[in-house]
Design a protein around this ligand. Structure first.
Ligand code: ATP
Ligand code: MG
Length: 220
């Protein structure tokens, strides 16, 4: 098992206006599954932004599979992101493309062979139970279906690390369990998973490691 897949040390990141992160420490080892739990506004999505390097820390540093935020150049950031699967809180699907194309997109931009693109995309859609909706436009799906499409896109390339931002928000309990099972299966295939959630109940009943965040600070 590779250690230190994600390492955040004494990170601070302030938005204009003064909100953001004060002091964050977080470590995720290769193949690990960790929950990042905190109430609304605590800073969970911002921590994920530091990991996919949409924001860089003002102090401290972030290391993702060996790439250090304090040394990285803007040009190198897309290569770090290719190792990640990201389920955004707001899905970020292309509304004007069908579900197959939304999921296949990552593979197309990395120049995968058409045969592999088809195979992997169909497999990911089957994994989330959306095979029958592959030709539908993203805007014509229900919220829960869009959430599952976003998950299929995030896992299609068997990423080293999966970042999941509230992937069960707005879903009924049964669908939430299905989503957690999908994340578990990705984890069993070797993907490290960091899942942000404000669902304390879910976390309390889980045997997985939990990191808590409050007012921009991870708790020791
Ligand atoms: N783009 C932004 N510009 C300015 N302030 C922001 C921005 N994004 C987030 N914030 C502020 O930073 C703090 C942390 O926000 P963040 O989105 O990380 O919280 P969160 O834990 O993900 O919350 P939620 O559970 O509601 O998604 C909040 O006070 C929020 O208002
Ligand atoms: Mg959030």
């Amino acid at each position: 098992m590779k250690n230190g897949m994600i390492k955040i040390r004494n990170a601070r990141m302030k938005y204009p206006g003064g909100d953001g992160l004060d002091h964050v420490n977080l470590e995720v080892a290769g193949g690990e599954f960790v929950y990042l739990v905190g109430s609304t506004g605590a800073g969970k999505s911002t921590v994920l932004k530091l990991i996919y390097m949409e924001e860089l820390p003002d102090a401290g540093y972030v290391v993702v599979d060996g790439a250090n935020s304090s040394e990285i150049s803007r040009r190198e950031i897309p290569f770090v992101r290719r190792k990640l699967g990201i389920i955004f809180q707001d899905f970020r699907l292309f509304e004007d493309r069908n579900i197959f194309e939304n999921v296949a997109f990552v593979l197309r931009v990395t120049g995968a062979r058409p045969r592999d693109i088809k195979k992997k995309t169909l497999r990911a859609l089957a994994e989330v139970g959306l095979s029958h909706k592959s030709r539908k436009m993203a805007s014509d799906l229900s919220g829960g279906e869009q959430q599952r499409a976003a998950i299929a896109r995030a896992i299609v390339n068997d990423p080293l690390i999966l970042l999941a931002d509230e992937p069960t928000a707005n879903l009924d309990p049964k669908t939430s369990v299905e989503i957690l099972n999908i994340l578990d299966r990705a984890n069993a295939r070797g993907t490290a998973v960091l899942m942000a959630t404000h669902n304390y109940e879910l976390v309390n009943y889980s045997s997985k490691r939990v990191v808590s965040i409050k007012n921009g600070r991870t708790l020791p």
